[in-house]
Design a protein around this ligand. Structure first.
Ligand code: PLP
Length: 365
């Protein structure tokens, strides 16, 4: 049986049809020149979407978390200090991954549902000038809050602390400028605003991060997620085996990126903005509250409280069962009392907003 779903949760989102068609192409070997040509095309396309000229730009096998782990494993050594901005579930995840990697974590917190003040992060770096990395989530998927990145990059570029940005929900959805904002490393995921299914994690690393990786005193602890080795695998001539990367997923991501670039990066941001705002103006009429403040509210992911007295879990279950529409429940501080609604990639359309709000209206009636 094939389930017919409309994916309007925090991800995966609806993939572009081109990305799904690409999945049926014949499988290629992981050293096939044709596969490596697709990887090079993906790199060029990702450079346009990340807005960077970084040579080390590639899709890591695995979901967004593999991009996160690859950046941490490749940049940190045991005992290093890392400053982490925490204002939601994924900021917490960054702390946990860094801690497991043997880093000393300095937390800079803001309440869930509010943005982190960039000045607090910069002050933490000044108090810990030896910190190897400062990591922050650009689009906090647990609360729908956008964190400001540009002022942090400018300040850190004068120091030896690298700026690592989680762009899992941000990339292709809202403005993200890796080079102009002086971001040293960033990672994302194929299944959100890029319009492809889950399975690949785009990663980009600038010259300062590459130099840091090359100057390591100890080898990267993860063989699989060593970005230096991955870069060699994709670029060495002749290519050398590292792991059996999936040509199927590469074709699919490449097709999603192709569709995105055909529309235009800034046009895609504008579409997400328009659709997010349309949803956010419709929700209060249904009794839903918006969690993020207007100034830092993401368009591609809306976290919302429910009308008084409603059980979010059973309403969400009915939305899925009766209408085939998936939205996400709250995480952490918002578990059991919020929804997370994604209007990302191919699903960022007027039709999605009207379909969702129409179904919710019926369910509430
Ligand atoms: N970071 C953020 C901001 C996310 O939203 C997610 C997933 O939703 C992740 C990291 C982890 O990505 P994945 O679930 O693809 O491994």
């Amino acid at each position: 049986m094939h389930e017919d779903r409309l994916l309007l949760g925090p991800g995966p989102s609806e993939p572009y049809p081109e990305a799904m068609e690409a999945l049926t192409r014949p499988v290629l070997g992981h050293l096939d020149p044709e596969y490596l040509a697709v990887i090079r095309e993906i790199r060029e396309r990702l450079q346009q979407v990340f807005r960077t000229t970084n040579e080390l730009t590639l899709p890591v096998s695995g979901t967004g978390s593999s991009g996160m782990e690859a950046c941490f494993a490749s940049l940190l050594e045991v005992g290093d200090t890392i400053i982490v901005g925490v204002n939601g579930y994924f900021g917490e995840r960054l702390c946990e991954v860094a801690r497991r990697g043997g880093a000393e974590v300095v937390r800079v917190e803001a309440p869930w549902g509010t943005p982190i003040d960039p000045a607090d992060l910069v002050a933490a770096q000044q108090a810990n000038p030896h910190a190897a990395v400062l990591a922050v989530v650009a689009a906090e998927t647990s609360t729908g809050v956008r964190n400001d990145i540009a002022p942090i990059g400018e300040a850190l570029s004068q120091t030896d602390t690298l700026l690592l940005v989680d762009a899992v929900t941000a990339l292709g959805g809202t403005q993200l400028e890796i080079d102009a904002w002086k971001v040293d490393a960033s990672y994302s995921a194929s299944q959100k605003c890029l319009g492809a299914p889950p399975g690949l994690a785009p990663v980009t690393m600038g010259p300062r991060a590459v130099a840091r990786m090359k100057a390591r005193k100890t080898p990267v602890r993860s063989f699989y997620l060593d970005l230096g080795l991955l870069h060699e695998y994709f670029l060495a001539s002749p290519p050398t085996y590292h792991h059996t990367a999936s040509s199927t997923l590469a074709y699919s991501l490449n097709a999603g990126l192709g569709r995105l670039l055909e529309e235009g990066v800034e046009q895609v941001w504008a579409r997400h903005e328009r659709i997010g705002r349309m949803l956010q103006s419709a929700l209060p009429e249904l009794g839903f509250g918006l969690i993020a403040p207007d100034s830092h509210r993401l368009p591609q992911l809306t976290a919302t409280t429910l009308p008084d007295g409603l059980d979010e879990g059973s309403l969400r279950k009915r939305l899925l069962g009766e209408y085939g529409i998936e939205v996400g429940g709250g995480l952490g501080a918002f578990a059991g009392r919020a929804w997370r609604i994604g209007m990302m990639g191919h699903a960022a359309t007027e039709r999605s907003v009207v379909t969702l709000t129409g179904a919710v209206r019926e369910l509430l009636a």
